[in-house]
Ligand binder design. Structure first.
Ligand SMILES: N[C@@H](CCC(=O)N[C@@H](CS)C(=O)NCC(=O)O)C(=O)O
Length: 234
């Protein structure tokens, strides 16, 4: 039986099945990348709900795992060398899980780096820009009278959707016929932009039919449908 007692996070979110991968998360666009991935690859895991609305990611127990105070984070009790591996940053977790299981990341070196390039595009551009747009359009930032930040993030989000639109021309998935971690990294963000953030009209989502068709294909996958609800709020 694996012992996770050395990890302070285990005292606040105790593992019922310490031999399984432990996920500490919330069903946000960054969080669902990992739950979708875990559902796709079928690795046994245990999901713990971290209430970011109540600042639980800033507690000492959570910060001991991720000093950046953000979900998602994991502990894989069966990490490299058979030792537990704590990990944060959703992009790093996607890469780790893909390499661990040999799934959803091409083995051919050129295709592999091309996939990683799109994951980094999501991490560095799509996530941060869409997130800021959400803040200025739907949340506290909407009260700000100066609309230049909103315009800036709207324009940048629209530009990024254009990049995706072009990439998806004639392709089923971002890497063509193969569904990969690049798709997993982005599906939750585009879903959120037009769903929870209610920014579809603002960014002119109707101008991006390839992105809309890709989103629909992605959301039709059973693992995605399960993943976007995990972890459930208790
Ligand atoms: N680059 C990080 C970003 C993670 C992130 O921003 N998580 C948000 C939820 S989507 C969070 O934990 N927010 C809580 C807070 O900042 O208090 C990743 O991809 O893992």
């Amino acid at each position: 039986m694996t012992d996770l007692s050395a990890f302070p996070i285990n005292s606040r979110w105790p593992a019922q099945h310490p031999d399984r991968l432990q996920l500490y998360s919330t069903a946000t666009p960054n969080g669902v990348k990992v739950s979708i991935m875990l559902e796709e690859i079928g690795l046994p895991y245990e999901a713990h709900f971290v209430n970011i609305g109540q600042d639980e990611s800033w507690t000492p127990e959570f910060l001991s795992l991720n000093p950046n105070g953000k979900i998602p984070s994991i502990i894989d009790p069966n990490g490299p060398g058979g030792k537990p591996l704590p990990l944060f940053e959703s992009g790093a977790i996607l890469l780790y899980l893909a390499e661990k299981t040999g799934k959803l990341l091409p083995t051919d070196a050129a295709l592999r780096y091309e996939t990683i390039q799109w994951v980094f595009f999501q991490m560095a551009a799509v996530g941060p820009m869409f997130g800021q747009l959400g803040f200025f359009h739907k949340f506290a930032g909407r009260e700000i009278a100066d609309k230049r930040p909103l315009e800036r993030y709207r324009n940048e989000s629209r530009r990024l959707l254009g990049v995706l639109e072009k990439r998806l021309e004639g392709r089923k998935w971002i890497m063509g016929d193969d569904y990969t971690i690049a798709d997993i990294s982005m599906l939750g963000w585009v879903r959120n932009l037009v769903g929870f953030y209610e920014a579809g009209e603002l960014v002119g989502f109707a101008d991006f039919p390839n992105v809309a068709a890709w989103l629909e294909r992605g959301l039709a996958r059973p693992a995605v449908q399960r993943g976007v609800t995990i972890p459930a709020k208790p």
